[in-house]
Structures are given as C-alpha cells and as structure tokens.
Design a protein around this ligand. Sequence first.
Ligand SMILES: O=C1CCCN[C@@H]1CCCn1cnc2cc(F)c(F)cc2c1=O
Ligand SMILES: [Mg+2]
Length: 508
Amino acid sequence: IIGITAKKGKNFSAWYQEVVQKAEMVEYYTEISGFFVMRPNTMYIWNTIRKWFNERIEAAGVEECNFPMFLSSTSLQKEKDHVEGFAPELAWVTKAGEKDLEVPVAVRPTSEAVMYPYYSKWIRSHRDLPLKLNQWVSVVRWEAKQTVPFLRAREFMWQEGHTAFVSEEQAGKEVLEILELYAGIYEQLLAVPVVRGKKTEAEKFAGGYYTTTVEGYIPSNGRGIQGATSHCLGQNFSKMFDITVEDPANKGQKIHVWQNSWGLSTRVIGVMVMIHGDDKGLVLPPRIAKTQAILIPVGLTAKTTPEDKEKHLDRMYELLAILKKAGVRTEIDTREGYTPAWKFNDWEMKGVPVRLEFGPKDAAKDVVSFARRDTGEKGTIPIGELTTKVPELLETIQQDMYNKAEKTFREHRVKITNWDEVVPALDAKNVVIIPSCLVPACEDRIKELTRGEDLPEGPDGQKVPSMGMKSLCIPFEQPEGLVKGETKCLNPECGRLAESFCMFGRSY
Ligand SMILES: O=C1CCCN[C@@H]1CCCn1cnc2cc(F)c(F)cc2c1=O
Ligand SMILES: [Mg+2]
C-alpha cells in the first residue's frame, strides 16, 4: 500500500518519521546516526524562507558573510564559562590523514568564538558601528538525546546573525525587530502561530544578557517548542573578546560594544509538518509549497480512443500553461500505469495544497474539478476563471490553515491561578500561563512537582514518567490579574511574590 500507515493520533512520533520520509523531504543518513539528507522538497521550503528573510534583513542593513566552520580551543577558551555546559556537544577534528593535529579544532556549534576576534579587529571607532552580519551555514552539536529529523539533529542548517551597536537601546531595538521577522516566517509563510516573549533567567542563553523567543505549540502532544531566538548579548562578549570603540562623549575612554545574535534553523520545517500534517501525510501551506496545484487527468479509460486521449491531454497542457502564467506553481501528472486514485494518494501524501482533476465530462462543461488538501472540500472552477479562482483558493487555504492552528493554540494556552489545576491542564495537552516569581530554583522545583503519573508509553510498554513542565517564555502580552506586591508565585512551595505571568509547558 502507498500512503502513511501510522496514525497521527495514535503514534505521533512514528507518524512524523514516516511522513517526512514518504513526502520525500528527508532521508535518514544511516551511515552515522543523528544526520539527515535534505531533499528538494525541503530545500524549496528552506530557500523560500531564506529569500523572505534575506530581503528584509538586507533592507535593515544586514550584510552576508561566511566564516570558517572550525574553531580553535584557544578561541573557545575565551567563552569557556558558558561553553563548559555545552562541551559534551562539541565535535572535534584531531587528525589530518595519518597525522595528529598539533591543536585539535572543533566543528562550529555556533559561531561567536569564530567571528568575534574579527569583530574586535574591525570595530575600532563608533563610525564602524553598527556592524551587522549574517551567515547561512550548518552547525554541528553532538546531541546525546534521541535525534529527530528537523527538530533535533547533530548537524542542521540555520542562519546566525551577529550585530554590534554603540548602545543598549540600539541593540534592544534590533533584537525585537528580528524577533518580529521570525514571527513573520512562522505566521506568514508556515501558517504557524507563535507566542512572542522573553526567556526566564533559567532558560535564556547563559552567555547573553537576555533572550527573546517565539514559542510554538504542538497539539498532538500538547508540548511547547522553541521556534527561534533573538538574544541581546549585552557587553558580555565584547568584554570576552575585547570589542571596544572610543567613547565619543569623553576622549580616551573606551566603550565595550552592545551585541545581539539571532538564529532560526530548519527546526521550523519540523514544526510546520507536526502542526499541519494529517493521516494522509503532509499538508503544505501554499506559500511554501514547491507544487501548489497538481493537474491529474481522469475519466480516460481503455474505451478512450488514442486521438481523444491526446486531444484531452493537449487541453490539459493548455490549462497547465494558463495556471503557470497566473503564477501558480502547477505540475501535471500524466504517469502511465497509475490510476487517478493512486495519484490522488501520492500527491496528498506530499501535501500539495490543491488537486485539479480534468476529465472528458469536465471538458464538456468547460470546468476543472478541485479538491483542497487541508479540508478535503471539493468543487468546480470554470476554465475561464482559473487564473483568478486558483490563486484566491490558495490564499484562502493559507489563511484558513493559520486560523485553524491559531484557534487550537489559543484554546490550549490556559491562564491558571490555582496550582491544583496545573497538572490536569498539562495532561489535557495544554500549556499554562501562571503567576511566577521567575526565580531559577523555583522553576526547577516546578519541573519536579509537575511530572505526570507514569505513562505506559515506552516502545516495549515500559513506563516513562511524563516530563515536568519547563518555562517557555514570559509572554510580552501579559494577561490581566497580576497585582504587583500582592499576587503570589503559583508554586505552592515558593511563597515569593509573582513578578509576571509566565508560560510553562511540557516541551521539546
Ligand atoms: O542561539 C543563538 C543564535 C545564533 C547565534 N548563537 C546564539 C547562541 C547559541 C547558544 N549555544 C547553543 N549551543 C551551543 C552548543 C555548543 F556545543 C557550544 F559550544 C556552544 C553553544 C552555544 O553557545
Ligand atoms: Mg542544545
């Protein structure tokens, strides 16, 4: 049988792995675990994101660069305090051919240590600021946890932006501008809603000053997922790497520059698959679909004469030309030896947003029959209206997919001010927004207090405790009802006053 065998609602992780492979997005790189082959269907999406993002950051004065993929242990030493937590993830090259390298080099897991010695060299005067560079590269982090295509891989593609400013205000402004572009990639291209907010001290990038984030939600398991991060590094890295300028206000004084770094990775593709996919396979938002409409001949049987068949197909190639001219990314499936039903399944599995069927009956009525991939809705479009109706239909699909996901997320993002309701809400696949003191130790305790009862979930039925909840972000959009100096942190063992509402959830 073709098509997806695992059920999304029954075995979500098996369903996900089957979909990304059968939709020809990735291959497992079986030579070495944790690595994946990115196929054309994936690269089309990634390149659409790259074009959209590059257009906008170039307009903001960001230039492209490309730094070496290796870093030396000496430059790593400069940021040793926060890297030590990551040390187990570093991949090292220790030999060239038969010879040991004098100094082993690490494969970049991120590029601060590679880039900032050059920032120090290039930035001398405040006239050299702002410096804004971005690179599209892959990075390597030797994850110990189970890897998953797009969501957690040992090598992944991302962009990493690294900027430097003379003041905290300028840095702070850019952090949020980039975060808004990340939200735009999710909401406008991938039809995925995200919550914008700030990471708590416990969850932020330890080397930075503060981290802003867009957080997603996966309905199938009710988990939160970090979508992309935009960090203000403050002056932490400029002090580590001696990146200073003359203080224009008073001569002879030096200012350590204020820096940001921001990254979005191919994880975004996994989030899109998990949210929109169904038991027939991938469901692609039209704006990032390599093929937006697939024309499939129907009603051609053994009884159809060769001339009639040829005439019919010629007519279909005309429709193909009309749709392409209208800017619709359209293909036609004239493969011999496959029934229309087989073809319907195949293109549904690949997530093509609109199927266009055309048979002799449709030809006689000058219409094309359509079927929407997201809702299954069927209908007909007069051939004369194809150039307007199909683009409109695609935009409707894009909007409907977003609205449906936004409603689901909103309904599963619950404000809670009674601690006893927290675990039941998590078990009902919600993320929660609770009054929090934001103290790291309190968060750690909350993680323990919210481990669910053992779920018979393991592969051989062994019990795995459902994980406790982590803080996801302090939403910029705060709910009503927190009275400073009065409202208590929701953790019953804490007793501190609440600082803000904080979103918590079981998470990736
Ligand atoms: O998250 C981003 C966006 C793009 C630029 N970098 C920042 C911070 C990266 C935080 N981070 C994340 N992961 C790491 C893994 C390592 F093995 C390691 F040595 C260092 C790191 C590490 O610094
Ligand atoms: Mg990590």
